[in-house]
Ligand binder design. Structure first.
Ligand SMILES: [Zn+2]
Length: 277
């Protein structure tokens, strides 16, 4: 009955993946006080987390390995062999067997599938370690790809290069933490975002505070807009805005200095308070 209960538990995990992941992400968004439509890669990025699915994948593959390499008369092993043979002969298409095979392929572990008849339990620790590494690597790469491909991440991808929790989340008081999350994750009403909601082409989402006809995005307000000159001088390091560049913007947003980051957050609060509508 072990296999049956094991399979049931794995099946439940798989079924729960689609239901469980979404509420978890929605919960993270709620904690960060960002909109439900905020790209998941931004939320995972600032929290320094990979998708919860990776735990399910690891558990499924470890469970499979223990069954595949054991030829004992334990009911779980007998059932596994039976299910595998039925699946290979085409008599019964076992979805669990297929999902294991797909995962081994997806995570670059297919060699274990191919030699499952000669696997030994002595290899389990090596498999377990490799399995964890490969799966975590896969989801990290998926996160990088999602950040690079999302149009909302056009600035985010510049200052968020590492999947680790942001200092502002753990060190800042709630009010500034929320401001930083919102500013970094495009949860604001700057013209660039407002224009997106109103289907205005990005190149026409002009600043409404000065008459430069620059795009009213985070970069413009952080470094260029004359409307915020005084506050900028007070709060940002001079060398950052005197020669404005995307690199400087990214450096300011990902600064290691708590003091500078706190000032950046205060400046972001001033900017956003002028676009409340
Ligand atoms: Zn402006």
């Amino acid at each position: 009955m072990e296999l049956s209960s094991g399979l049931d538990s794995v099946k439940t995990q798989v079924l729960m993946t689609s239901f469980h992941t979404s509420p978890k992400i929605q919960y993270c968004k709620m904690i960060l006080k960002v909109n439900k439509t905020t790209p998941t890669c931004m939320v995972l990025g600032d929290l320094g987390r990979i998708k919860i699915e990776h735990n399910i994948d690891i558990r499924m593959l470890n469970y499979w390995f223990r069954n595949a390499c054991n030829n004992s008369l334990k009911l779980s092993n007998v059932f596994y062999r039976l299910l595998l043979n039925l699946s290979i002969s085409g008599v019964y298409d076992a979805s669990w067997i297929k999902s294991i095979k797909d995962r081994l392929m997806k995570f670059n572990l297919y060699e274990y599938w191919e030699r499952q008849n000669s696997l030994s339990i002595n290899e389990y620790n090596v498999f377990k370690k490799k399995c964890k590494q490969n799966i975590q690597e896969f989801y990290k790469n998926e996160w990088i790809n999602n950040v690079n491909e999302s149009s909302k991440c056009y600035l985010y991808k510049g200052f968020k290069t590492e999947l680790k929790i942001e200092k502002y989340i753990t060190k800042f008081p709630d009010n500034l933490r929320i401001i930083m999350s919102k500013f970094r994750m495009c949860n604001h009403k700057l013209p660039v975002e407002l224009g997106r909601h109103n289907n205005i082409d990005r190149k026409f989402r002009f600043c409404t505070k000065c008459n430069t006809r620059d795009i009213g995005d985070e970069f413009h307000y952080m470094f260029l807009c004359t409307f915020f000159s005084q506050e900028r001088e007070k709060l940002l390091p001079k060398n950052s805005y005197r020669k404005p560049s995307v690199k400087n913007f990214c450096d300011v947003m990902s600064t290691d200095s708590n003091k500078t980051l706190l000032k950046v957050a205060r400046f972001c609060r001033i900017i956003m308070s002028n676009f409340k509508l």
